[in-house]
Design a binder for this molecule. Structure first.
Ligand SMILES: Cc1cc2nc3c(=O)[nH]c(=O)nc-3n(C[C@H](O)[C@H](O)[C@H](O)COP(=O)(O)OP(=O)(O)OC[C@H]3O[C@@H](n4cnc5c(N)ncnc54)[C@H](O)[C@@H]3O)c2cc1C
Ligand code: SF4
Ligand code: SF4
Length: 428
């Protein structure tokens, strides 16, 4: 059984992405007791699924490594993975949080040797790679995963595959008897760092994501670029496995549209500008990118990045909201139709591959929680005094880039610290 001590001096952080890790670390490094709750088997959130991040184009592994060093050095921070909040009640300074812990079936003895994965044959769609490619039924979610501990997929339990995995383990690390647990925790303050999810591209019917194989999403392209990812770092067309060198980027795919998400997702312009640099990196002068946009939203210091991309002769910008995409069956090429509003010319442009710059929406539906939390029209948490000792951090509050998400998380940690300090003063 997992034992966790929590009091009304504890700060609970829900979500172990970059924002949750930041908020938890800032509070723990100020001497507060913090419990970080992550529903996935490892920390890192969606940043760990990026190939590189703008504006500096560094690998997410660098930022992750620094945070992991801080986590390992801090005894006040308790991390629970495969953990989800089931219910919250109470008020500022006296919350009760019920947390469901799913079994990993692998204990702390795991050395991440990988023998269990070699022993099993069953495979499942790989969540880390957005379903591109498969992973084994015994698996490490990704190379840099923290904790560095394998997971047995619950679908293996009760099958000979689970026994094969157990028999292959030399370290008594596999425990197939583990069961789901519910922990009842106290907390003085709660930080919601539950982040975002990509808008479901299937809903944007004119772009044919569900019908045209060579239409993919921006998040999938990030995974294709990873040398350890599903395509070994190559940009491959799903239809025929050929390398795609002439790529269209469609902006506002599902954003700024009354049929889908009304808001501007704020990041996807920069994400596509960044991804045009991936083509240069892979193919040099042979890579051609065309960005179809309504207007490019690259603010503050990102303007320099935009200007640099504009100077690349292999990147073309077409001011247009693409009307629809039609498949050219002979070539497998998606053909984009629309009107270039600079000159009002109709176009019908074939490309090897289309990347939809999908919008960002909140990953969690806060209206399903029994406790009331103020959200805006898009479902992101508002900074509202009625939320008491509950605060949002990062993309739970809005579509933000990493830099802004981290700043926001630091501010949330400070607010949560103020709450538990107030509680201590009143009780003292
Ligand atoms: C295509 C694309 C490319 C991008 N590229 C860049 C870039 O280059 N540079 C940049 O600065 N930004 C980039 N971004 C934005 C970046 O991804 C976000 O800023 C970042 O993910 C925000 O982190 P977060 O921790 O707030 O949210 P997330 O990364 O979404 O993390 C949230 C965490 O909470 C967990 N969680 C969710 N619900 C629950 C629950 N109920 N219980 C427990 N845990 C839960 C999730 O599993 C996850 O681990 C990009 C975005 C897109 C769409
Ligand atoms: S569970 Fe056992 S076999 Fe599997 S990676 Fe861990 S130590 Fe190796
Ligand atoms: S950031 Fe750019 S692509 Fe994304 S919704 Fe806003 S304008 Fe459209």
């Amino acid at each position: 059984m997992t034992e966790v001590v929590a009091t009304n001096q504890t700060i609970i952080v829900v979500g172990g992405g970059i924002s949750g890790m930041t908020a938890a670390l800032e509070a723990a490094e100020c001497g507060k007791d913090v419990i970080l709750i992550e529903k996935n088997p490892s920390l890192g959130g969606r940043v760990s699924q990026l190939y590189k991040y703008f504006p500096k184009l560094c690998h997410p592994a660098c930022g992750m490594e620094i945070n992991l060093r801080r986590i390992k050095a801090n005894s006040r921070l308790r991390i629970l993975t495969q953990a989800e909040v089931a219910a919250v009640s109470g008020d500022t300074g006296q919350y009760k949080v019920s947390v469901k812990l799913a079994p990993r079936y692998v204990n702390e003895n795991c050395t991440a040797c990988g023998a269990c994965a070699q022993a099993v044959t069953s495979e499942f769609p790989d969540e880390f790679n957005y379903g591109l490619g498969k992973r084994k039924g015994a698996y490490l979610p990704f190379n840099m995963a923290y904790p560095q501990r394998y997971v047995i997929d619950p679908r293996l339990i009760g099958t000979p595959e689970a026994e094969k995995a157990k028999a292959a383990c030399q370290y008594q690390a596999i425990d197939l008897t583990q069961k789901e647990q519910t922990l009842e925790l106290q907390a003085g303050a709660i930080i919601w760092a539950t982040g975002w999810k990509p808008y479901d591209a299937n809903k944007i019917r004119p772009y044919g994501y569900d019908r045209i194989p060579n239409v993919i999403t921006s998040v999938e392209l990030e995974r294709m670029m990873d040398a350890m990812g599903p395509t070994g770092g190559k940009i491959l067309r799903p239809s025929d496995g050929k390398e795609a060198k002439n790529i269209a980027f469609i902006q506002c795919a599902g954003s700024r549209d009354h049929n889908y998400l009304k808001h501007c997702s704020r990041i996807c312009c920069m994400a596509s500008l960044k991804q045009t640099t991936y083509l240069r990196e892979r193919y040099g002068d042979d890579g051609k990118a065309t960005v179809y946009y309504i207007d490019i939203r690259a603010i503050d210091r990102f303007e320099d990045f935009y200007q640099k991309v504009q100077q690349d002769k292999n990147v073309t910008f077409i001011k247009s909201k693409v009307a629809n995409i039609v498949l050219d069956k002979a070539s497998g090429n998606p053909v984009l139709h629309g009107v270039n509003t600079e000159g009002y010319k109709r176009y019908s442009n074939p490309h090897d591959l289309v990347v939809l710059a999908v919008g960002m929406e909140p990953s969690m539906d806060f209206s399903k929680l029994a406790i009331k939390i103020a959200v805006n029209e898009e479902g992101f948490i508002e900074a509202d005094p009625s939320n008491g000792g509950m605060f949002a951090a990062g993309c739970a509050s809005d579509a933000l880039d990493v830099n802004r998400a981290v700043q926001h998380a630091t501010a949330s940690a400070l607010r949560a610290i103020q709450v538990v300090n107030r509680v201590a003063r009143v009780e003292g």
